[in-house]
Design a protein around this ligand. Structure first.
Ligand SMILES: C[S@@+](CC[C@H](N)C(=O)[O-])C[C@H]1O[C@@H](n2cnc3c(N)ncnc32)[C@H](O)[C@@H]1O
Length: 451
């Protein structure tokens, strides 16, 4: 199977979509970064840029259903179909099913054209055959009735892996699972956090409205603004001027719970790309000291770039492995944020690739790392200081269980109740922000105080 040689002539949006989806589904690339690279590198604008974006995100949003259709049309089991062939078929089928403005002949012929460049004639015939077979039988493709096979229905209708649907149904019950799955399948709004060091929410809302961008202040957190779909191209100027940063509303909440104050010493142990670090600097009015650590140099650079753009001076970002105890920092900090690496099951609404790249077995690995990190965090908090542990996942083993283990083993820490900006109280010191309730990513936050 050849990779496309895109140097020969300007690649089409479809060919670029194929390459991007191959990298996302087979090599673990992040969908948003991979798409941005393809758009920039190929200087795509206008309809071609739209088609590429639609094909990448659309195919990911419907991936399970598309693969199910292939399984119904193909004489080979789907597992035996080469990934490149499967991905090309998904792109072709996506156009045939969801993009009515594209003529059927173009959808089939363009897919076959790409196939000819990357695979042997047998596979080309197979792709052509499956797509034409679909056109002949398309009226027959209805989802199975939910009553007859609820799990298969949920997998296909909500485009989620079966193991995850089953896990949530067992842990949270079928009703809550339905609500979460539904929330993850609504196209997410973009949200921004106003840089209160430079401006305020009302001024940014006014600027957006002058540019015709539909936007509103979040009722969850006042420096957050929600932009209606498709507003992205208009607010680049606001971002470039450092008036705001893109961040999901629920991701803004862990720093609010930690509540760092001007003049304090703060540590952000897993800080990159720095959304919460810069938010904390804004909450501290750019006064005090924040150490921001991350494992990877290229990610530490992202924290520095954001701080520079936002006019923040108090962040000291460096490469550190936060699982390794740094004795020189013992009891150094008033506030410590541990926004831990996690399985990311709270961000499936916009990081679509996690649905397919995350495997059930990975889930068991994260608590081991999270316990190492939180054990180290304990040493850095001053007596009377505060530790906030957060994740963007909806998985008890990485959330409540890690916190319970920590409280049992580090007896000078206790959970402390808190109130969220919307007034909701969490007296036991732990909050889950559910995507169906906050209309944003799923998050978990625990607040602990050192006696
Ligand atoms: C959930 S992300 C943090 C997001 C960040 N807090 C924000 O809001 O922008 C987790 C981060 O932990 C980093 N990380 C993973 N293992 C680490 C370790 N052992 N030490 C320090 N950072 C680590 C990853 O590189 C990743 O940037």
């Amino acid at each position: 199977m050849n990779h496309l040689n895109t140097n020969a002539q300007a690649p089409s949006a479809r060919a670029l979509a194929y390459q991007a989806l191959y990298d996302i589904l087979e090599k673990g690339a992040y969908s948003n970064l991979r798409l941005q690279t393809a758009l920039k590198k190929n200087h795509l604008k206008g309809p071609e840029a739209h088609l590429l974006t639609e094909l990448v995100y659309g195919t990911l949003r419907k991936y399970n259903y598309l693969v199910w259709i292939i399984s119904r049309l193909s004489s080979h089991p789907v597992k035996k179909i080469h990934p490149a062939v499967r991905i090309l078929l998904c792109i072709g089928l996506y156009q045939l099913i969801y993009l009515s403005r594209i003529p059927e002949s173009a959808a089939v012929n363009e897919t076959v054209k790409i196939a000819k460049k990357i695979t042997h004639p047998g596979n080309v015939r197979f792709i052509n055959g499956v797509l034409r077979n679909f056109l002949r039988k398309k009226e027959q493709f209805e989802l199975p009735k939910r009553e007859s096979n609820p799990l298969l229905y949920d997998e296909l209708f909500y485009n989620m892996p079966g193991w995850l649907v089953q896990k949530w149904q067992k842990e949270l019950g079928p009703e809550k699972t339905d609500l979460i799955l539904k929330a993850f399948n609504e196209v997410p709004d973009t949200s921004i956090r106003v840089n209160t060091l430079r401006t305020d929410t009302q001024s940014v809302l006014k600027l957006l409205s002058e540019k015709g961008v539909e936007a509103q202040q979040s009722d969850f957190y006042s420096p957050a603004i929600i932009l209606k779909h498709g507003a992205d191209q208009f607010f680049a100027e606001i971002l470039n001027k450092g008036y705001a940063s893109v961040q999901s509303v629920s991701s803004m909440i862990p720093p609010v719970v930690l509540s760092p104050e001007p003049g304090e010493r703060v540590l952000d142990m897993c800080a990159a790309p720095g959304s919460k670090t810069t938010e904390m600097a804004e909450l501290m009015n750019n006064e005090g000291h924040i150490d921001a650590w991350d494992l990877y140099d290229h990610r530490v650079q992202l924290i520095k770039e954001s701080a520079h753009k936002l006019g923040i001076k108090i962040i000291h970002a460096e490469v550190q492995d936060s699982t390794v105890l740094n004795d020189s920092c013992n009891e150094e900090y008033d506030k410590v944020l541990l926004d831990a690496p996690c399985s990311g099951l709270g961000v499936l609404g916009h990081k679509l690739e996690i649905r397919w790249n995350r495997k059930e077995a990975d889930i068991k690995e994260f608590p081991i790392l999270q316990k190492k990190l939180i054990s180290t965090a304990a040493h850095y908090v001053k007596h009377g200081g505060v530790l906030v542990y957060s994740t963007c996942t909806l998985n008890k083993q990485e959330n409540e269980s890690v916190v319970k283990w920590f409280i049992d083993n580090f007896t000078d820490f206790e959970l402390e109740g808190f109130q969220l900006p919307n007034g909701k109280e969490y007296e036991n010191g732990m909050a889950t922000l559910w995507p169906d309730e906050c209309h944003s990513d799923g998050f978990f936050i625990a607040k602990m105080k050192r006696r």
